[in-house]
Design a binder for this molecule. Structure first.
Ligand code: MN
Length: 232
Protein backbone atom coordinates (compact mmCIF):
# COMPACT_ATOMS: atom_id res chain seq x y z
CA UNK A 1 0.00 0.00 0.00
CA UNK A 2 1.20 3.49 -0.75
CA UNK A 3 -0.15 6.98 -0.21
CA UNK A 4 -1.81 8.34 -3.34
CA UNK A 5 -0.21 11.76 -2.81
CA UNK A 6 2.99 12.64 -0.96
CA UNK A 7 2.37 12.33 2.80
CA UNK A 8 2.41 15.69 4.62
CA UNK A 9 5.46 16.38 6.75
CA UNK A 10 5.07 15.89 10.49
CA UNK A 11 5.32 19.37 12.07
CA UNK A 12 8.16 19.47 14.57
CA UNK A 13 9.81 21.80 17.06
CA UNK A 14 13.56 21.78 17.74
CA UNK A 15 14.81 20.96 21.23
CA UNK A 16 17.14 23.64 22.61
CA UNK A 17 20.89 22.90 22.52
CA UNK A 18 20.30 19.65 20.69
CA UNK A 19 19.81 18.25 17.18
CA UNK A 20 16.59 16.55 18.30
CA UNK A 21 13.06 17.40 17.17
CA UNK A 22 9.75 17.17 19.03
CA UNK A 23 7.01 15.90 16.65
CA UNK A 24 3.71 17.77 16.96
CA UNK A 25 0.32 16.04 16.98
CA UNK A 26 -2.28 18.58 18.12
CA UNK A 27 -2.16 22.19 19.30
CA UNK A 28 -4.60 23.16 22.05
CA UNK A 29 -4.86 26.78 23.20
CA UNK A 30 -6.50 27.97 26.40
CA UNK A 31 -8.52 31.19 26.37
CA UNK A 32 -7.81 34.09 28.70
CA UNK A 33 -5.95 32.59 31.64
CA UNK A 34 -4.39 35.50 33.55
CA UNK A 35 -6.02 37.90 35.99
CA UNK A 36 -3.56 39.86 38.03
CA UNK A 37 -5.76 40.19 41.05
CA UNK A 38 -7.73 36.92 40.85
CA UNK A 39 -4.97 35.28 42.87
CA UNK A 40 -5.25 37.91 45.58
CA UNK A 41 -8.75 36.56 46.26
CA UNK A 42 -7.45 33.27 47.60
CA UNK A 43 -9.20 30.12 46.37
CA UNK A 44 -11.26 32.18 43.94
CA UNK A 45 -14.39 30.00 43.83
CA UNK A 46 -15.86 32.23 41.13
CA UNK A 47 -13.38 31.22 38.45
CA UNK A 48 -15.07 29.80 35.39
CA UNK A 49 -13.89 26.59 33.75
CA UNK A 50 -11.13 27.17 31.19
CA UNK A 51 -12.07 27.13 27.52
CA UNK A 52 -9.98 25.84 24.66
CA UNK A 53 -9.65 26.18 20.92
CA UNK A 54 -7.18 24.63 18.53
CA UNK A 55 -4.62 25.76 16.01
CA UNK A 56 -3.51 23.64 13.08
CA UNK A 57 -0.29 21.78 14.00
CA UNK A 58 1.33 23.04 10.80
CA UNK A 59 0.59 26.66 11.78
CA UNK A 60 3.49 26.46 14.25
CA UNK A 61 6.55 28.43 13.15
CA UNK A 62 9.76 27.16 14.78
CA UNK A 63 11.85 30.20 15.76
CA UNK A 64 15.53 29.76 16.66
CA UNK A 65 17.02 32.00 19.32
CA UNK A 66 19.86 34.45 18.75
CA UNK A 67 18.57 35.87 15.48
CA UNK A 68 15.67 37.91 14.11
CA UNK A 69 13.30 35.67 12.17
CA UNK A 70 10.86 36.91 9.53
CA UNK A 71 7.21 36.39 10.43
CA UNK A 72 4.77 36.78 7.53
CA UNK A 73 1.80 39.11 8.07
CA UNK A 74 -1.23 37.02 7.08
CA UNK A 75 -3.85 37.93 4.46
CA UNK A 76 -7.38 39.14 5.21
CA UNK A 77 -6.65 41.15 8.36
CA UNK A 78 -5.99 44.75 9.34
CA UNK A 79 -5.65 43.97 13.05
CA UNK A 80 -3.03 41.27 13.64
CA UNK A 81 -2.40 40.78 17.36
CA UNK A 82 0.39 39.24 19.44
CA UNK A 83 -0.29 37.08 22.50
CA UNK A 84 2.83 35.82 24.28
CA UNK A 85 2.27 32.47 25.98
CA UNK A 86 4.06 29.67 27.80
CA UNK A 87 3.93 26.62 25.52
CA UNK A 88 3.69 23.16 27.11
CA UNK A 89 4.54 19.99 25.19
CA UNK A 90 3.50 16.47 26.20
CA UNK A 91 5.67 13.34 26.21
CA UNK A 92 2.89 11.13 27.54
CA UNK A 93 -0.86 11.08 26.95
CA UNK A 94 -3.93 9.76 28.65
CA UNK A 95 -7.56 10.29 29.62
CA UNK A 96 -8.82 11.67 32.92
CA UNK A 97 -5.33 12.54 34.11
CA UNK A 98 -5.38 13.64 37.78
CA UNK A 99 -4.01 17.12 38.49
CA UNK A 100 -1.37 15.61 40.80
CA UNK A 101 -0.01 13.42 37.99
CA UNK A 102 -0.41 15.92 35.16
CA UNK A 103 3.11 17.39 35.14
CA UNK A 104 4.57 13.87 34.76
CA UNK A 105 3.15 14.00 31.21
CA UNK A 106 5.11 17.11 30.19
CA UNK A 107 8.09 16.86 27.86
CA UNK A 108 9.12 20.49 28.08
CA UNK A 109 8.35 24.17 27.71
CA UNK A 110 8.84 26.94 25.18
CA UNK A 111 7.97 30.56 24.43
CA UNK A 112 5.09 30.88 22.01
CA UNK A 113 2.98 33.49 20.29
CA UNK A 114 -0.71 32.91 19.67
CA UNK A 115 -0.89 35.31 16.74
CA UNK A 116 -4.46 36.32 16.04
CA UNK A 117 -6.38 38.02 13.24
CA UNK A 118 -8.34 39.94 15.88
CA UNK A 119 -10.76 41.51 13.41
CA UNK A 120 -11.76 38.07 12.14
CA UNK A 121 -11.96 36.67 15.67
CA UNK A 122 -14.17 39.58 16.78
CA UNK A 123 -16.43 39.06 13.78
CA UNK A 124 -16.68 35.34 14.57
CA UNK A 125 -17.61 36.13 18.19
CA UNK A 126 -20.32 38.55 17.05
CA UNK A 127 -21.76 36.12 14.52
CA UNK A 128 -21.37 33.09 16.80
CA UNK A 129 -19.11 31.43 14.27
CA UNK A 130 -16.01 29.31 14.94
CA UNK A 131 -12.62 30.94 15.52
CA UNK A 132 -10.41 29.21 12.96
CA UNK A 133 -10.14 32.18 10.59
CA UNK A 134 -8.99 34.35 13.48
CA UNK A 135 -6.73 31.88 15.26
CA UNK A 136 -5.53 29.40 12.66
CA UNK A 137 -3.64 31.47 10.09
CA UNK A 138 -0.53 29.93 8.55
CA UNK A 139 2.54 30.71 10.70
CA UNK A 140 0.24 31.93 13.52
CA UNK A 141 2.10 29.97 16.20
CA UNK A 142 5.75 31.03 16.44
CA UNK A 143 7.50 28.84 19.03
CA UNK A 144 11.00 28.94 20.51
CA UNK A 145 13.17 25.83 20.88
CA UNK A 146 11.86 23.48 23.59
CA UNK A 147 13.46 23.20 27.01
CA UNK A 148 12.92 19.70 28.43
CA UNK A 149 11.47 19.53 31.93
CA UNK A 150 14.26 17.06 32.73
CA UNK A 151 16.61 20.03 32.32
CA UNK A 152 14.67 23.02 33.67
CA UNK A 153 11.91 21.51 35.82
CA UNK A 154 8.37 22.92 35.69
CA UNK A 155 8.32 26.73 35.74
CA UNK A 156 5.52 27.79 38.08
CA UNK A 157 6.60 31.40 38.14
CA UNK A 158 8.74 33.76 36.11
CA UNK A 159 8.28 36.86 34.02
CA UNK A 160 6.53 36.54 30.66
CA UNK A 161 6.74 39.56 28.39
CA UNK A 162 6.45 40.89 24.89
CA UNK A 163 7.96 44.07 23.46
CA UNK A 164 7.35 45.73 20.09
CA UNK A 165 10.16 47.90 18.71
CA UNK A 166 11.67 48.07 22.19
CA UNK A 167 8.47 49.09 23.98
CA UNK A 168 7.11 46.55 26.50
CA UNK A 169 3.47 45.78 25.67
CA UNK A 170 2.79 42.67 27.73
CA UNK A 171 4.28 41.84 31.09
CA UNK A 172 3.04 39.21 33.49
CA UNK A 173 4.14 36.31 35.63
CA UNK A 174 3.52 32.63 35.04
CA UNK A 175 2.35 32.45 38.65
CA UNK A 176 -0.66 34.59 37.68
CA UNK A 177 -2.26 31.90 35.52
CA UNK A 178 -5.86 31.30 36.62
CA UNK A 179 -5.58 27.64 35.60
CA UNK A 180 -2.15 26.11 36.21
CA UNK A 181 -0.44 23.98 33.58
CA UNK A 182 -1.29 20.85 35.59
CA UNK A 183 -4.95 21.88 35.81
CA UNK A 184 -5.08 22.60 32.07
CA UNK A 185 -3.73 19.14 31.25
CA UNK A 186 -6.11 17.44 33.68
CA UNK A 187 -9.12 19.39 32.38
CA UNK A 188 -8.31 18.83 28.69
CA UNK A 189 -7.83 15.11 29.30
CA UNK A 190 -11.45 14.80 30.39
CA UNK A 191 -12.58 15.96 26.94
CA UNK A 192 -9.88 14.41 24.73
CA UNK A 193 -7.48 11.52 25.05
CA UNK A 194 -4.19 13.39 25.11
CA UNK A 195 -1.18 11.90 23.35
CA UNK A 196 2.58 12.34 23.01
CA UNK A 197 3.19 15.26 20.66
CA UNK A 198 0.32 17.36 21.95
CA UNK A 199 1.09 21.04 22.51
CA UNK A 200 -0.76 23.46 24.79
CA UNK A 201 -0.61 27.26 24.53
CA UNK A 202 -1.39 28.24 28.10
CA UNK A 203 -2.89 31.71 27.68
CA UNK A 204 -1.61 35.27 27.59
CA UNK A 205 -1.31 38.09 30.13
CA UNK A 206 -2.89 41.50 29.57
CA UNK A 207 -1.61 43.97 27.01
CA UNK A 208 -2.27 42.31 23.67
CA UNK A 209 -2.17 44.56 20.66
CA UNK A 210 -1.56 44.87 16.95
CA UNK A 211 1.63 44.80 14.93
CA UNK A 212 2.31 46.03 11.42
CA UNK A 213 4.88 45.07 8.81
CA UNK A 214 8.41 46.11 9.71
CA UNK A 215 7.93 45.93 13.47
CA UNK A 216 10.08 43.69 15.63
CA UNK A 217 8.54 41.61 18.42
CA UNK A 218 10.64 40.22 21.27
CA UNK A 219 8.90 37.54 23.33
CA UNK A 220 10.59 36.41 26.53
CA UNK A 221 9.97 34.08 29.47
CA UNK A 222 12.26 33.93 32.51
CA UNK A 223 14.49 30.86 32.21
CA UNK A 224 13.59 30.22 28.58
CA UNK A 225 15.32 33.19 26.96
CA UNK A 226 13.71 35.14 24.14
CA UNK A 227 12.73 34.98 20.50
CA UNK A 228 12.76 37.87 18.05
CA UNK A 229 10.51 38.23 15.03
CA UNK A 230 10.29 40.84 12.30
CA UNK A 231 6.79 41.15 10.82
CA UNK A 232 7.10 41.11 7.03
MN1 MN B 1 -4.06 33.03 23.32
Amino acid sequence: MAYVIPAPTVPALPVADSADLFPVRRVYCVGRNYAAHAREMGADPTREPPFFFMKPADALQPVPTGTVVDHPYPPKTDNYHFEVELVVTLAKGGKDIPVEAALDHVYGYAIGLDMTRRDLQDEAKQLRRPWELGKGADFSGPVSPLFPASRIGHPGSGEISLAVDGVVKQKGDLADMIWSVAEQIAYLSTYFELAPGDVIFSGTPEGVGAVTRGQIMIAAIGGLGEIRLRVV
